[in-house]
Write a protein that binds this ligand. Structure first.
Ligand code: AMP
Ligand code: ZN
Length: 112
């Protein structure tokens, strides 16, 4: 399977890692859209939010347990945004489930 984020998880593709545990990896987005822009991914390949089910939803719990730790480490005490894009209309460019953490400035309110 040709997946950039699986390549990052495997260590085949370099990344700037900011957090890691048994189930979750977080690294800086290569094209940041805010002063802090981190991607949080499950270490197991799940293609998008649309593929979450009872068998893999524990990965999502693990991601959302990691997010506050990452935010605290990055100094995002004034808030941040968590986004996941799904499929073509959602603007998903990498087909490995990921949650963007965006922060470090006051973000625009409108998402679309
Ligand atoms: P999305 O458009 O929601 O699928 O987001 C994919 C994100 O992955 C984009 O913000 C890209 O900048 C980011 N990205 C793509 N390749 C890499 C990479 N090798 N390392 C870090 N971030 C990447
Ligand atoms: Zn993958």
């Amino acid at each position: 399977m040709d997946c950039i984020f699986c390549g990052i998880i495997d260590g085949q593709i370099p990344s700037e890692k900011v957090y890691e545990d048994d189930l979750v990896l977080a690294f800086r987005d290569i094209n940041p859209e805010a002063p802090v822009h981190i991607l949080v991914v499950p270490k197991t390949h799940v293609s998008s939010c649309d593929m979450i089910n009872g068998d893999n939803s524990s990965l999502v719990s693990a991601i959302f347990e990691a997010i506050p730790k990452i935010a605290a480490k990055e100094g995002l005490s004034n808030g941040y945004r968590v986004i996941t894009n799904v499929g073509e209309d959602g603007g998903q460019s990498v087909k490995h489930l990921h949650f963007h953490i965006l922060g470090g400035k006051k973000l625009p309110v409108h998402l679309c």
